[in-house]
Design a protein around this ligand. Sequence first.
Ligand code: FAD
Length: 410
Amino acid sequence: MSKVVVVGGGAAGMFASVFYAKKGNEVHVLEKNEKLGKKLYITGKGRCNITNACDTEDLFNNVISNKKFLYSAFYTYNNHDVMNFFEEEGLKIKVERGNRVFPESDKSQDVINTLKKAMHRYGVEVHYNTEVKELIIEEGTVKGVVLANNKKIMADIVTVATGGFSYQSTGSTGDGYRFAREAGHTIVPLSPSLVPFNVKEEWIKDLQGLSLRNIEGTIYCGKKKIYSEFGELLFTHFGVSGPIIISASSYVIKYVDKELKLVIDLKPALTTEQLDDRILRDFDSNINKCFRNSLDALLPKKIIPIIILKSGIDEDKKVNEITKEERHNLVNVIKNFELTLNGYRSYNEAIITKGGISVKEINPQTMESKLVHNLYFIGEVLDLDALTGGFNLQIAWSTAYMAAMADEMN
Ligand SMILES: Cc1cc2nc3c(=O)[nH]c(=O)nc-3n(C[C@H](O)[C@H](O)[C@H](O)COP(=O)(O)OP(=O)(O)OC[C@H]3O[C@@H](n4cnc5c(N)ncnc54)[C@H](O)[C@@H]3O)c2cc1C
C-alpha cells in the first residue's frame, strides 16, 4: 500500500483517486477550491459531455496533439470502459447526435456526485481549500508537496492533475506547469484552444446573435487554405464562434498571430450558376421591388444589409435595373462572404489549453515523469488536446486510469 497525493480534484484527479483507492492505497486529493469538479460542472453547457461513443479509430481521429502518446491509454481504457464505469457506479447515460455521451439527467452535477460517491466508498480523503505550492523532490524522487500555508504532506506517489489554464475561475490556473518546470520538465508553449475568434470588420456587431447552419467556412493565411469545414457558425458582438469556428481554432494555431481571412460560402449547396439562376428567378418575381427588399427569401434578415454593402449595388435600385455584372458580383459576395480574423479570444473563453508538459518526458504506459521518480501527470496539464465531443474528458479519464494502474503497466 502506498500513500498517494493527487493534486487537483477535477475530472482526472477524481477519477484517478477512485482507482488508486480501489487498489487499497491511502489516497489524499488536495483541491484548492471549496468543492470538487468546478470545471466539470460547466462542461457541455452544464450537461457534461462525458465521452464519445465512437469507435477507437475515431477516438484517435479527434485528438489534435500527440495522438500517438495516447495509444496505450486509449487501448487500455477506452470510451466504452468510461461508459461502463459510470453505469456501474449508478449513473444513467445516453448517447446523442455525434455519439456524444451525456448523463440521462442532463446534469453535470450528477457526474460529479457519481465520482464523489465512488471516492467516498473507497475511502479517498478529500482536502478542500488546500492549495499546493510546490513539490518536494529529493535525489530524483518526489517525496511530497508543500501547501500554500507551508505545511508539508509527504507521500510515496504524487499525481499532478491541476488542469490547464482556461476558465481560471474554476481553479485551473496553470500551477501544474510551474510544478513541472521546477521539476525540470519542458512546457510546450500554451495557447487558448477550442475558442472563438475576433473579427476586424466593424459591421460584425450588426450580425450579433445570427446563427448560420449548413454553410462552408474556409480559412486562408494569405493565399494558403488552412482549414475548411461545413456546418454551423455563430456571429457574436466581437467576432465568430460556433462549432466550425471552435474546431478551426485547434488547427490554425501556428498561423494565429497573422491576419487570417475567413471566407463563408452562404449557399454551399448551390453552384455559382445555380445561385445566379435562383437570384434571377427571385428578381423576376419581385420585378418592381428595390434591391434592398429582394433578398428576404434567400438570406437571413440580419446579413442582408452587409451583403448589399459588399455587393456595391445601390440598395434603392429596382431589381429589373440591376445589370448582369452587378448580379454576378452579388453571387460572388454570397459564395465568398469575407471576414478578417484577428486573433483568438482569451483563455477565459477557451474550452481547453493547447500545449503543456511535453509528453516526450512522460511514460505513455504509466503517465510517470521520466525525470522524477514516482511523480505522475494526468489530464489537461499534459500537451494533449482534442476536438469537442467528449474527447478532452476521455483524455482526462484514460490518463488518470493509466497513472492509477501504473504498477501493473510496467
Ligand atoms: C466551458 C467548458 C466546457 C467543456 N465541456 C467539455 C465537455 O462537455 N466534454 C469534454 O470532454 N470536455 C469539456 N471541456 C474540457 C474539460 O473540462 C477539461 O479538458 C477537463 O476538465 C480537464 O480535466 P483535468 O482534471 O485535467 O483538469 P480540471 O478539470 O481543470 O481540474 C483541475 C483541478 O485542479 C485544481 N488545482 C489547480 N491547481 C491546484 C493547486 N495548486 N492545488 C490544488 N488544486 C489545484 C483546480 O482547482 C481544479 O479543480 C470543457 C471545458 C470548458 C472550459
